[in-house]
Design a protein around this ligand. Structure first.
Ligand code: NIG
Ligand code: FE
Length: 427
């Protein structure tokens, strides 16, 4: 008999999303969630030490503590690979303007949108930003998100961007969720450089990226071997493909991993350029071309789709996620939680919209929200599936069939969040 700190028994349906070391799931593999009926898991030191049929685990392991899931379904903790939750204030007035017909990019070019959040976030102290972001993080955690990528991008000058990094680090230290930091000084052109975007790109390359990398080397993230990403918003009124290329070249040579916001509104060629730069993910993809879908399918880059953005904007068109999967791409899902385009903390909500409007099956939506999302932030070997050796991040659901996560929407089916073996109950 082996000893385990915790044995969770009587899991009626354990959806492991195991990839068996094969990397992200692509194409038809995304339908496979590796389900075990009547399962148990053993956990020690925050890691799964055994996963399998109930009786097999009980024959082999004795737990210092045991917990019965009473026949409920369980799945991996969700990984949200694209968020902007560190900001001050809200954009409620802008939301009402959009309901009355105002366009997102027009609000931005008139100095609102992202820039209005930049103004408030620059003025905010670290403590205030931590308080406001922590409240968002708690909502996400309750909805089952146990690993979260967080971007800077509301500072847009060296000092304020570093302040955002400090907040992101503080959140990782004080919150149970694991956080992945992304440097997004290239979120939009800083207001001071409105008439000289090239000078802002130079500032990013010559001053901001080196300062951010230097911060990372002294940070808690570097010690934990969490990767550090650089992101660029390639869009009209933001950065063109050439500018993205300059930023990526500098970031890549410093050691950043790359990801990009591309094809959200217009196709500027950002998807192809990002894939050629070996970006870990390309995100949004509403306007991706058929040719680029083919290039993505042949690459190691993951396509992150964000249907919460479309839902929030009341759009009827969505990124062609069904097409991406059918062509053999690896697809992940995110909330994009941010004050402008997607004020949504819930991965189950993103999954529900993806199934209805992008025609993802419940199994595809679950893989997209777990194992593939983990790979898109460079952590597929540690998170995103219930497998021996991985972080013991698991959700016990208030249902017996995982498809209910996608079928039922608007509530919260997550009864217990287990993060690195530690329980938090919603019930
Ligand atoms: O992913 N597109 C740019 N960035 C965010 C929106 C941020 C904001 O509006 O504050 C996005 O949609
Ligand atoms: Fe975003």
């Amino acid at each position: 008999m082996q000893q385990a700190e915790l044995v969770i028994t009587d899991i009626g349906q354990l959806v492991t999303c195991a990839a068996n070391g094969r990397g992200p799931k692509r194409g038809a593999e995304m339908r496979e969630v590796n389900l075990i009926e009547n399962a148990s898991v053993a956990i020690s030191d925050g890691i799964f030490t055994a996963v399998g049929p109930h009786q097999e685990i009980l024959d082999e392991f004795v737990g210092e503590r045991t917990f019965s899931a009473e026949g409920r379904a369980a799945c991996p903790g969700f990984v949200d690979p694209h968020t902007h939750i560190v900001y001050a204030g809200d954009r409620l007035d802008e939301f009402v303007l959009k309901l009355q017909g105002a366009e997102y990019l027009d609000i931005l070019s008139a100095g609102g949108g992202i820039l209005s959040t930049v103004k408030k976030s620059r003025e905010a102290s670290v403590d205030l930003l931590v308080d406001e972001s922590l409240a968002r993080l708690n909502k996400m955690f309750k909805a089952g998100t146990t690993t979260i990528e967080i971007k800077t991008g509301y500072g847009l000058d060296t000092k304020a961007e570093l302040k955002m990094l400090q907040v992101i680090e503080r959140l990782d230290v004080i919150h149970e969720a694991d956080i992945v930091p992304t440097f997004l000084a290239a979120h939009t052109i800083a207001p001071e450089f409105r008439n000289d975007p090239e000078a802002y790109v130079s500032l990013i390359c010559e001053e901001m990226l080196p300062a951010a990398w230097n911060w990372y080397l002294g940070s808690h993230f570097y010690q934990k071997s969490t990767p550090f990403f650089c992101d660029v918003f390639t869009e009209r009124n933001a950065f063109d493909v050439e500018q993205m290329g300059r930023i990526f070249a500098t970031a890549g040579s410093l050691g950043f991993r790359l990801k990009s916001h591309v094809d959200q509104f217009s196709n500027l060629g950002g998807s192809e350029a990002s894939i050629r730069s070996h970006a870990a993910s390309i995100d949004h993809l509403d306007a991706i071309s058929e040719r680029e879908v083919g290039i993505l399918a042949e690459s190691d880059t993951i396509g992150v789709v964000i249907p919460t953005e479309n839902f929030s904007a009341g759009k009827v068109e969505f990124a062609p996620a069904r097409r991406l999967i059918d062509k053999g791409c690896a697809v992940a899902l995110s909330t994009d939680f941010n004050p402008g385009s997607a004020p949504c903390p819930s991965m189950p909500m993103a999954m529900a919209i993806a199934s209805r409007y992008q025609r993802l099956l419940p199994s595809e939506a679950l893989n997209a929200a777990t194992i593939n999302a983990a790979h898109s932030v460079g952590l597929g070997d540690r998170f995103g599936s219930i497998e021996v050796g991985k972080a013991a991040d698991m959700l016990i659901l208030d249902c017996v069939d995982h498809r209910q996560i996608v079928y039922e929407f608007g509530g919260n089916l997550v009864l217990h969040v287990i993060k690195r073996g530690k329980f938090t109950s919603n019930g």
